[in-house]
Design a protein around this ligand. Structure first.
Ligand code: DGL
Length: 287
């Protein structure tokens, strides 16, 4: 257990992802909690998380969380499915007093939305192999009779990080992952990685071209923001208006690239600082 620095309701909420993916969650947090100061951390220098061993992602997530707490964060949003699978349990054990919200593929809303019970789940390989994810899958399958088709999407995060949201390469990669699942009858697609909402339009177009324009896409960003609002209220840590909310942004990659992504994806122009949070040793995460 680590001591958490003293926090006030005026402190920021820390949000992190391996890169730009968490911005798909940040936009919902800003919409639902516009008065809150935010600190966003993009670990782009270490992306993608989904191609690394789970214990490495866990170690990295603990280091990023520590950095955000050093910035005074009063709550933490793990805006990454992969990091949630790998580290949310460890984070909650390490910081028991801290409101922590993770992100999980929306299997439950997808099972409810599907008309035929066939649901495709697109996510990283680490997420799909995680014990936490598999037990969620088993639980929702037995409660709903839904059938889940799991599909890792290697290479997709890299293209989204590079800003290729609608390129021929991204379309070809996504078609290779998605079309076989649509052929198996999936009528609902879970966007199980926070990067994927940024290619939602492309996914919808691929489904429409395949003759399935009614395909339902499930993104949990809004639900995550609602859960954050609930936890902040329960902890008595809501900021009560008063002055413009700040957005501070840090990256372990290129500050210029992240500033461009913030502008392109969310229409925002905050200052972005490049940081180095140090070498993370490849040892099993302590728990
Ligand atoms: N955005 C992250 C997620 O939700 C993963 C991206 C990565 O592989 O780095 O899983």
């Amino acid at each position: 257990m680590q001591p958490v620095p003293a926090m006030t309701a005026d402190a920021p909420i820390g949000v992190f992802d391996s890169g730009v993916g968490g911005l798909s969650v940040l936009r919902h947090i800003r919409a639902q909690l516009p008065q809150e100061h935010l600190v966003y951390f993009a670990d782009s220098g270490f992306a993608p998380y989904g191609a690394k061993p789970e214990r490495v992602v866990a170690e990295r997530s603990l280091a990023v969380a520590q950095f955000l707490l050093e910035q005074g964060a009063k709550a933490l949003v793990v805006a990454c499915n992969t990091a949630t699978i790998a580290a949310v349990k460890l984070l909650r054990a390490r910081y028991p007093e801290l409101p922590i919200v993770g992100v999980e593929p929306g299997l439950k809303p997808a099972a409810a939305a599907s008309r035929n019970g066939k649901v495709a789940v697109l996510a990283t390989d680490v997420t799909l192999a995680g014990e936490k994810f598999l037990s969620l899958r088993d639980q929702i399958s037995s409660a709903s009779d839904a059938e889940f088709f799991l599909r890792g999407c290697p290479g997709l995060v890299e293209l989204i990080e590079a800003g290729e949201l609608d390129s021929a390469r991204t379309r070809a990669l996504l078609e290779g992952y998605l079309l076989p699942l649509l052929d198996q009858g999936a009528d609902t697609v879970v966007l199980g990685c926070t990067h994927y909402p940024f290619v939602q339009a492309l996914i919808a177009d691929i489904a429409a071209q395949a003759g399935k324009p009614d395909t339902v896409l499930v993104d949990t960003g809004q639900a995550v923001a609602r859960q954050l609002a609930r936890l902040l209220a329960a902890a008595g840590r809501e900021r009560e208006g008063g002055g413009l909310a700040r957005l501070d942004v840090f990256t372990t990659g290129s500050a210029t690239a992240l500033a461009a992504a913030l502008h392109r994806l969310l229409g925002l122009a905050p200052a972005v600082s490049a940081v180095d949070i140090g070498h993370i040793p490849l040892v099993p995460a302590a728990n």
